[in-house]
Write a protein that binds this ligand. Structure first.
Ligand SMILES: CC(C)(COP(=O)(O)OP(=O)(O)OC[C@H]1O[C@@H](n2cnc3c(N)ncnc32)[C@H](O)[C@@H]1OP(=O)(O)O)[C@@H](O)C(=O)NCCC(=O)NCCS
Length: 166
């Protein structure tokens, strides 16, 4: 049974989160986690971390992960940036990424009251975000040697109660 958990970097599953991010996102572009952290010092610690796990005889196994960054220096900021979204290569296409994103949206819009989420989507992953209702914005750009586009989604509008005329 897949479970999405919101963890901190001192959680025992954080090590598996890093291993998965390294295997799926960082190593293919020649980065390790220290290189990634050096791009934005302190951010890794400020982020909220989400892991999708499945039960395993040796304990829970992390099969998907993502981080959510809210700039603490800007208390009025109600934008969150979703980063480092990835799923175990053997398990891609089984709905894990979608469940992870739905959990992050619920946390962001429901609990944190953010108004928007955005990400820098690799062009190859854009259909994944589009299926979740995310919208591309602006031109393509290069990040770590990969073509990206900014994508965003806004918080759902509250349902207006229709006034009764009776
Ligand atoms: C992109 C990624 C996170 C998606 O997670 P996933 O678990 O494989 O995706 P899901 O199974 O939840 O897919 C949900 C839907 O998006 C579609 N989808 C997912 N990735 C897609 C892709 N790269 N291109 C086209 N469609 C894609 C799925 O087919 C599925 O569509 P459906 O609902 O019509 O069946 C995962 O494939 C991954 O880790 N890719 C490599 C790293 C990466 O590109 N990360 C994103 C960086 S911005």
């Amino acid at each position: 049974m897949l479970r999405v958990q919101h963890i901190t970097i001192d959680h025992p599953l954080y090590e598996q989160e890093i291993a998965l991010r390294t295997a799926v996102l960082l190593a293919p572009i020649g980065y390790n986690i220290e290189d990634y952290k050096a791009m934005a010092p302190g951010r890794e610690e400020q982020c909220e971390h989400f892991v999708a796990t499945v039960p395993h005889p040796s304990g829970e196994r992390v099969v998907g992960t993502a981080t959510l960054f809210i700039d603490q220096d800007q208390p009025d900021s109600d934008f969150g940036k979703v980063q480092q979204v990835c799923v175990d290569k053997q398990l891609q296409g089984e709905g894990i990424g979608q469940k992870l994103m739905i959990a992050i949206e619920a946390r962001s819009f429901g609990e944190l009251g953010l108004s928007n989420l955005y990400c820098h989507a690799q062009l190859s992953a854009m259909p994944f975000y589009e299926k979740l209702g995310w919208i591309a914005e602006g031109d393509e750009f290069d990040e770590a040697g990969i073509r990206h586009r900014k994508m965003f989604i806004s918080a759902p509008k509250p349902i207006e109660s229709s006034e009764s005329t009776h």
